[in-house]
Design a protein around this ligand. Structure first.
Ligand SMILES: [Fe+2]
Length: 392
């Protein structure tokens, strides 16, 4: 990552072969809180940039991209979102951000005059065609150091999956940024990231703003993703218990939400994007391992009725999609679940430990099998499981 002055004066001086005085004085400091996060949604990247009180634009090749909102370039929101067709960034392999601090936004003559526009560039590596290395983290619950170390110690990462409960509860505005911060710190803005929301991220007065700070499909937190040979279905269960619990205080409607997710899944199955040429690996990604919530005993009548819908989710996946792997978190355990009624292994892949400990899941998609290792902050893998593909 490299910062430089990108104003007209600088450009003129570069043109005549001289470094401007401003160039020499320019502080090599980013206006960004952390590197950007390149989230994957559908067939586009949503590049989220945390830069408060700053105007940001993005360039790939000769093309500038804007995050304007009905013509207004945002600066008061701390997050900027650039929507880029995957094919454009995949082909370019790099992008550049241009940031100009806007200390005071006025009706006229904003206080930008003394502020230069700084630029920084990022290399980007698209998903390889084979031997894809995924690192999966969930349930970091406001922690950064140990999860970042666990990811970094796992070796090369081609795709980062942040599978929910990155924030413990949304009680202040700054916590909305945590998925972007963790994604940016691990990925350096240079690899794709998939995010799902966890049940803890429905809690607190800022929960209704989560989609403004995370990747989404027109505001929805469930969608499909196509990344090279990977086709993924990102699902969102909402809360992990029934809406009627007094602790939720009438403030959620996840029963309706899960029905809408099911309606969307049916549309996705009918459209059949997972049958497209080049799709080799079909993944389901969900914070809550919903397949384990299907069966409740009689004494949990309310839970049984509320979670019957997960039976419909599972049936649809079993009869229409036949995924190869499902990635989940939520249980604060590392294990691989298998059952008769669910069509593929469920990798539950994050185990928080003490202050300095964290275990995530390294999943390598190889030609004949997936290789799953649960590895900690020092790169130590406690086990290795080979899951042969159940393909003809
Ligand atoms: Fe959770």
């Amino acid at each position: 990552m490299k910062f430089r002055i990108a104003n007209v004066l600088s450009a003129l001086c570069l043109f005549c072969g001289m470094a401007s005085a401003e160039d020499q004085k320019a502080p090599a400091q980013p206006l960004l809180k952390v590197p950007p996060a390149v989230f994957a949604v559908g067939e586009e990247y949503q590049i989220l940039v945390l830069a408060p009180d700053t105007l940001v634009r993005l360039r790939i090749g000769d093309q500038f991209y804007s995050d304007h909102i009905n013509g207004v370039r945002p600066s008061r929101k701390s997050v900027h979102r650039f929507r880029i067709p995957m094919a454009v960034l995949d082909q370019a392999g790099k992008y550049e951000l241009f940031c100009r601090k806007l200390p005071k936004r006025l009706p006229y003559m904003h206080e930008t005059a003394p502020e230069p526009e700084l630029s920084c560039s990022y290399d980007f590596r698209k998903i390889p065609e084979k031997d894809i290395r995924i690192y999966h983290l969930s349930d970091t619950h406001d922690r950064f150091e140990a999860p970042v170390r666990a990811a970094q110690a796992s070796g090369r990462i081609d795709l980062l999956v942040l599978n929910g409960d990155i924030t413990d509860k949304m009680v202040n505005a700054g916590q909305l940024e945590y998925p972007c911060i963790l994604a940016g710190r691990i990925s350096g803005g240079s690899i794709p990231v998939i995010y799902t929301r966890g049940n803890h991220e429905l809690r607190g007065e800022f929960a209704e703003f989560v989609q403004d700070y995370t990747p989404n499909r027109d505001g929805k937190l469930y969608y499909t993703v196509r990344l090279g040979p990977i086709w993924a279905l990102v699902l969102d269960c909402g809360e992990d218990k029934v809406d009627e619990l007094p602790v939720y205080g009438f403030a959620i409607d996840c029963a309706r939400h899960r029905q809408e997710v099911l309606d969307y899944m049916k549309r996705v199955m009918d459209e059949g994007g997972f049958k497209a040429p080049g799709v080799k690996y079909k993944l389901v990604i969900s914070h809550v391992p919903f397949s384990s919530l299907v069966a409740f005993r009689k004494e949990d009548e309310l839970m049984r009725r509320r979670f019957m819908i997960y039976g419909d989710w599972c049936k649809l996946l079993r009869t229409k999609l036949m995924p190869d792997l499902t990635l989940c978190g939520h249980l604060h355990q590392t294990q691989i679940l298998r059952s008769n009624f669910y069509p593929c292994p469920v990798i539950v892949g994050s185990r928080p430990g003490g202050a300095q400990k964290f275990i995530g899941a390294s999943i390598e998609l190889k030609e004949k099998a997936a290789v799953v290792k649960f590895s900690d902050q020092d790169g130590f893998a406690e086990s290795e499981t080979v899951i042969p593909w159940n393909k003809p």
